[in-house]
Design a protein around this ligand. Sequence first.
Ligand SMILES: Cc1ncc(COP(=O)(O)O)c(C=O)c1O
Length: 443
Amino acid sequence: MSDARSLAMALVAESFGVDNGELVIGGVGARALVEAYGSPLYVYDEGVMRRRFRALKAAVDGFARVFYSIKANPAVARVFVEEGAGLEVASGAEYLQARAAGAEPESILFAGPGKSAKELDLAIAGGIGEIHLECFEEIEIVARLAARLGRRVPVAIRVNPGPGAQGGAMRMGGKPLAFGFDEEILDEVVCAVTRHAALDLSGLHLFAGTQILDAKVLLAQWAYGLGLAVRLGGLIGRPLRRIDLGGGLGIPYHQGDGALDLAAVSQGVRRLIGERAADPLLRSAEIVIEPGRYLAGPAGVYLMRVRNVKLSRGQRFIVADGGMHHQLAASGNLGQIIKRDYPIVAATRLDAPLLGDTQLVGPLCTPLDTLGRQTALPQLVAGDIVAVLQSGAYGLSASPVGFLGHPMPAEAMAQDGGHRLIRRAGDFSAPLVNLTLEPVASA
Ligand SMILES: Cc1ncc(COP(=O)(O)O)c(C=O)c1O
């Protein structure tokens, strides 16, 4: 069994089930799901999301509150809100999605570069836990809008940490970046914020990188953030109310990726709890982490039906009805330098012998639309179902859904043998479907 195949089967064993060679998600067979909602289809196992949230919450108990970064997948935000998560949003639309998912305004944090005055106005008028300030112009805009609405708005300074901070596969700090203020100019930023009566400087935000699989790197990043919070508290002469240490907790996608060791995170957190208790500038602050991928990624499966099987100069191609327009990350075109396959399985033939290297491609007229490059898949025929695992985060919400006008797929939630539609599919006359703000009750 190839390593990629063994990762896929380990993920199936960890989160899903197999019944007579068929992939079972949330107690429901892949075939029944596709028959109910059509293909291609995103399916999320609600139980997996809840279990992951609870495990992470327990691992950081006494240290941090877990928020969910809604950009990872807005369609499933309600599950995490029900579990007690706050939400981190990065646009006006995400703010409305967070409200529709049941989040209270004070449990919503608004980060991201280039926020428009309209988006900021929406959040300030509707209420917000914190706006994360990313540049000097934004300080002035938020202060002006808040003053006009007669509000005092809680704000955090987003810091682009120095090179000492550890990142992950995609570093979001420690180098020149559009996100936040360079750590080196923190005192200047504090002056610019504190001169506005309408701004209530309540927090610090740090997001140094994503897809961190090493507990040591994650803990070092969190420790770095606490150090920055002490420095910022010293500059303003009082403790911060909230310290947001960002997300970035990784999940295995490729052969050789090991899962983040939550027990090691939990152990390291005990030390941080001790350090925090000893520091008057940290003791009273609410510490927040805001992962997306870690909570939602493993719960999601992108199901596609095989349309054609063809050979070209000895190479076998499986042409599916889904592709990079719905699952850009799996095609390797979302930030990957070296394109490597996501874990992929034949959802209706899990027990069939595998054939050698197969290319799994979608219906777009571009070679970029390749989801599997050297995938081991069994003999398949039109109508079989193929599943891309680890698709619950940065799947549909991070894909070029308008490209070539193929309709958006439906999204469904499955749990304990039941399932429900959470977003309708598009069709030829209206291929793009807006994010539903309320779950769809039934098919
Ligand atoms: C500010 C911020 N917070 C949290 C996240 C979530 O990251 P992840 O899904 O890696 O946990 C992101 C992702 O880009 C982000 O930009």
